[in-house]
Design a protein around this ligand. Sequence first.
Ligand code: ATR
Length: 273
Amino acid sequence: MKELVVAGDPIEHSLSPVMQNAAIEEMGLENEFVYKKKQVKKEDLPKFIDYLKNIEGANITIPHKVQVLRYLDELTKEAEFIGAVNTIYKKDGNLVGHNTDGQGAVEAVLEKTTIESSKACIIGAGGAARAIAFTMALYNIKELIIMNRTVGKAQELSKEINQKTSTNCTASPLSKNVNADIIINTTSLGMKGDKQNQTPIEAKNLQPDMTVMDIVYNPLETKLLKDAKEAGCTIIDGVGMFVNQGALALEKWTNKKAPRKIMRNAVMKSLNG
Ligand code: ATR
């Protein structure tokens, strides 16, 4: 049996195993692959790398997406460009780091609107923001704004994007107001728990011609998305990116097309159950 794991901390509430095992079964690979979750604390990352040598591959999540780079033998061009890894696979015994977060998010956006020539605002400057910002920069975007509570982090990321791409990228502090065609929240504001009633953008600043995406998927309708829906915006929920990044990872491990609809249904069932 080939083992796949999602490694992170906290990991208890991850829906990756439910989503990936539903896909594995639909693909008829349940006797070949199994997908599990594994709690890996910050200090246990080197030990996890040893473990990884004996299994097929992994997804990497908070807090290891950047730290893991130094332990890998190779990086794909996406992982190298973004500077973070969410997927590890093996090639000739080597551990290869890859990133499917950015592509997963961009595919979710492209299902609803065009990126080319648009002005986009990414809220947050952490690992997810990094992947999305760098990937969107490859799609001929007109202007990119990185908005973050800690403005220094937004400035660093925007500087890197201006250096590595031809995108016009600026940094801004979190301001509750923004003028952009596409707004993507990558912070934990709105997430189930004590931040559930919070939102990064005030409702009155949302306009009907905006496309608003939240990468938070629990709850599925965050305060930001609820406000955006009421304002007449096009909305994109966080399950889209989650499914796409998982499907792209599964395709790397199996070399087969992953069933995105089945994966989405499995996630929705868990969220509603
Ligand atoms: P991820 O890998 O999911 O992006 P992360 O790297 O921990 O996670 O990044 C979390 C992002 O959420 C950061 O941009 C963080 O802002 P700071 O850089 O100022 O810490 C943002 N964030 C977390 N809690 C927040 C809050 N209460 N208000 C505003 N932004 C918040």
